[in-house]
Design a protein around this ligand. Structure first.
Ligand SMILES: NC(=O)c1ccc[n+]([C@@H]2O[C@H](COP(=O)([O-])OP(=O)(O)OC[C@H]3O[C@@H](n4cnc5c(N)ncnc54)[C@H](O)[C@@H]3O)[C@@H](O)[C@H]2O)c1
Length: 445
């Protein structure tokens, strides 16, 4: 049995490592952040991801998983090293590969036996080829290191489930030997395994994410048009979804995609295509629609409120989507910044994202511990994340708690027919507005 190592214990690295261990492999996870490793050694996940804690504890107990910061010793004894470190966005939109190259250098300088380096991080087309060359150039021992592409498709919030029941595993390698070894590693998962060349594997990842981003932006574009022509996007997408060729998923209108992947992966592919002299028009359009969509609620609110100065605003939902504590590219961030800059007071509630949001705004936001706390005496409410708890709020709660129940819902959490006739003003995306009262101007003497 091979010694497997995973570099990086974030959403991808940790979940990959834990699930490989769950399948019976011996896995060591490496991270340079000591606090993360200390938590993991105690069986505590540093990230919020359903089912993850249990699997960490079980596999620590069975001895299938270990956590360490000692990369040198670990890489030197590894047969297969998965790299799952971040590839954030550079200012110009291109992918920043510094973390990946740092690990590649550490591997090259540590390995003492032949091994396979598997790139799970999302990297631009051609990176695997270049990384193999780079590692060869920096080797300290006379060994053979082959690089394979194995892009990851898990979604945050369902990362464990997605990994244990993946739709497909993509293995991009240039030798049959590497394809065979990685196919064996993944055999216990009992999932479709597609082997191919490295560049195609790298492209599968970008094409898949960018297609999903495009689907979201398309629906948002149509939703905006629905508002203009008096149609209801929920009826429209329901009607579309019965067509198998379209499918039911990723048809929800809202204030756009966020997260650690879609924004950067659309920009990175667009950047790369321009570098190659090709304009990827569809992806460019997806990016543009998403940028505008982010501020859609504030645009709507300005119709009732000439200024946000001095208003108490309840914010429900901070994370970029439900099921995660991740705030990367969450629409809540630029919206709240704008509202604060215009003099509003923010009372925010999120079931799991508050702790991370406090790192961005430690002092100038009041963090509520319940939905009711956030809504109490508020002039208006913005909804940025469709947590189940938020979708289950009864209309009476808005009426009872708020000063004036103006609801701006960026995730279409409620059925508009349930809110009609309740004395609430409710604005969502791509659906008719409910306007049941007019705001009385404040009288100042
Ligand atoms: N998050 C997702 O949903 C998702 C899904 C599919 C693919 N991806 C891709 O996977 C990659 C990782 O994403 P993520 O969200 O897991 O990132 P992350 O930021 O959550 O985790 C990266 C981890 O790598 C660690 N790290 C950095 N340098 C290191 C080094 N030299 N040695 C050891 N550890 C190191 C960091 O400390 C961190 O724990 C990215 O390329 C991303 O695009 C992410």
């Amino acid at each position: 049995m091979e010694n497997i190592t995973v570099a990086g214990t974030g959403y991808v690295g940790l979940v990959t490592g834990v699930c490989l261990a769950e399948m019976g492999h011996k896995v060591t996870c490496v991270d340079y952040v000591r606090e993360k490793i200390e938590l993991l050694e105690q069986g505590i996940s540093p990230i919020y991801e359903p089912q993850l804690d249990n699997l960490i504890v079980n596999n620590l107990e069975s001895g299938n998983i270990k956590f360490t910061t000692d990369y040198k010793n670990t890489y030197s004894q590894s047969d297969i090293i998965f790299i799952g470190v971040g590839t954030p966005e550079n200012e110009d939109g291109s992918a920043n590969l510094n973390f990946v190259y740092t690990v590649a250098r550490q591997i090259a300088e540590s390995v003492t036996q032949d091994c396979i380096v598997v790139i799970k991080s999302t990297v631009p087309i051609g990176t695997n080829d270049r990384l193999e060359e780079y590692i060869q150039q920096h080797l300290k021992c006379d060994v053979k290191v082959e690089v394979a592409s194995n892009p990851e498709f898990l979604a945050q919030g369902t990362a464990v489930k997605d990994t244990l029941n993946a739709s497909r595993i993509i293995v991009g390698a240039e030798s049959e030997h590497v394809k065979t070894i990685l196919t064996d590693v993944y055999k216990p998962f009992n999932q479709p395994i597609l082997t191919m060349d490295r560049r195609s594997a790298e492209m599968v990842k970008y094409a898949s994410n960018d297609f999903l981003a495009l689907k979201i932006s398309f629906v948002n574009d149509i939703a905006n048009l629905c508002e203009v022509v008096g149609a209801d996007i929920e009826n429209v997408t329901k009607g579309m979804s019965y067509d198998d060729r379209i499918g039911q998923k990723f048809l929800n209108a809202g204030i756009g995609y966020g997260g650690s992947c879609f924004p950067k992966d659309t920009k990175a592919l667009h950047w790369l295509s321009e570098e190659e002299g090709y304009v990827l028009r569809t992806v460019k359009a997806a990016i543009e629609v998403n940028e505008k969509q982010k501020f859609k609620l504030i645009k709507k609110a300005r119709k009732d409120f000439s200024s946000f100065e001095g208003l108490k605003i309840a914010v429900l939902g901070l994370t970029f989507k439900p099921g995660t504590d991740d705030l990367r590219e969450a629409p809540s961030i630029p919206n709240i910044r704008l509202l604060l800059n215009e003099g509003a007071t923010i009372h925010a509630y999120d079931p799991v994202g508050t702790e991370n949001f406090q790192k961005i705004h430690p002092n100038n936001i009041t963090y509520a511990t319940t939905v009711e706390d956030a809504l109490e005496n508020a002039d208006m409410c913005f909804i940025f994340t469709e947590w189940e708890e938020i979708k289950n709020i009864e209309p009476d709660t808005f009426l009872r708690e708020m000063k004036t129940p103006f609801i701006y819902d960026g995730r279409n959490c409620f059925n508009i027919y349930d809110l009609q006739g309740k004395g609430i003003n409710y604005y969502s995306i791509g659906r008719p507005d409910i306007k049941e009262f007019t705001r009385q101007p404040e009288i100042t003497y």
